[in-house]
Design a protein around this ligand. Structure first.
Ligand code: SAM
Ligand code: SF4
Length: 325
């Protein structure tokens, strides 16, 4: 969809927009199915990049310490726990600019992926910049999807990051697409960007060939010590509008209500699901930021009567209190 179309959708009266996005959602997603995806930081802090939102950048004093790559054993323990709590997708994130074939860390990541992919969940990784060789090897090791967010519009990106470019991000995404892995790609709102920047981001995403399989919409978690520490929280209706337009522009994508849910009320989250979000990050921590606890999420999904995906298939969350809770 082009910018004008996205803008026309976005500017409608809110209930007209949501009615449209709900119709698209029902057509493509059989109603009420929410995927729970757990995100684990397998390598935290000390990143060379200067992304203004990120607590893991070594350019800022955020109190996040540089840690080594977690051991395979610790990662497997976390993955099994996520699965037992109901996650069907396990995403592993590393605070790196990127990884290269032939390096020790890449070999270790491949081994981790081989093991985690035996657990029956979708496996997603977000390791920064990669090229075609790394992408092919990750796919062969068992990665389902590679996350690499464009984060905002091409025009606003240089205001947020100076150590790599928007084009660098697109190059990685092209390598992922070529390998046959699914692309998970979205962005952050609340960084000081304009409404037009948000829609430009969607324009770029909806132009991907093939379209991204999953689109995380993050609300900035304003991290102390970063240049964006004092940004105000995102207005709930702006978030709902963006989710609704994303659902219409990318009907088959999982629209993931990602970072920032701790600042959104239960009613606000319900509104986001109604507008087209059908996935959440699940588990108490999101890389270095807080996330609602798993039991709060299960309680919310249950109260809304939303179905959740499990490794056994799609199940309703509400009749089986003992099972998830
Ligand atoms: N280093 C890799 C990269 O940049 O692609 C992977 C990890 S990075 C932390 C993954 C994504 O987390 C970022 O692209 C960004 O969208 C999101 N993120 C990081 N910090 C955030 C924050 N404070 N608020 C919201 N989203 C954030
Ligand atoms: Fe590094 Fe990724 Fe954080 Fe940017 S977003 S500073 S690349 S960990």
């Amino acid at each position: 969809m082009n910018f004008e179309e996205l803008h026309a959708l976005y500017r409608q009266p809110l209930f007209d927009l949501i009615s449209q996005s709900r119709a698209v959602h029902l057509r493509h997603w059989r109603g009420e199915e929410v995927q729970r995806c757990t995100l684990l930081s397998i390598k935290t802090g000390g990143c060379s990049e200067d992304c203004a939102y990120c607590a893991q950048s070594s350019h800022y004093s955020t109190g996040v310490e540089r840690e080594a790559l977690l051991s395979l054993e610790n990662i497997l323990t976390a993955a099994r726990r996520a699965r037992s709590q109901g996650a069907t997708r396990f995403c592993m994130g590393a605070a790196w600019r990127g990884v290269h074939d032939g390096s020790e860390k890449f070999e270790r990541v491949l081994e981790i992926v081989r093991e985690v992919s035996q657990l029956g969940m979708e496996v997603c990784v977000t390791l920064g910049e990669i090229g075609p060789v790394e992408a092919r090897k990750l796919k062969a090791a068992g990665v389902t999807a590679y996350n690499h967010n464009i984060d905002t519009s091409p025009e606003f990106y240089p205001e947020i990051v100076s150590t790599h470019t928007f084009q660098d991000r697109l190059n990685t995404i092209a390598a992922v697409q070529e390998s046959g892995m699914s692309v998970c790609c979205g962005g952050i709102i609340g960084m000081g960007e304009s409404e037009a920047d948000r829609l430009r981001m969607l324009e770029v995403l909806s132009d991907f060939g093939p379209p991204p399989e999953s689109v995380p919409i993050n609300c900035l978690m304003a991290m102390p010590g970063t240049p964006l520490a004092d940004q105000a929280p995102v207005d709930i209706f702006e978030l709902v509008r963006l989710i609704a337009v994303t659902r219409i522009a990318l009907p088959k994508a999982r629209v993931r209500l990602a970072a920032g849910r701790t600042r959104i009320s239960r009613e606000g989250q319900a509104f986001c699901f109604f507008a087209g979000a059908n996935s959440i990050f699940y588990g108490d921590k999101l890389l270095t930021a807080k996330n609602p606890t798993a039991d709060l999420d299960v309680a919310l999904l249950r109260e809304l009567g939303l179905h959740v995906e499990s490794t056994q298939g799609v199940t309703p969350s509400w009749p089986s209190k003992g099972r998830d809770g």
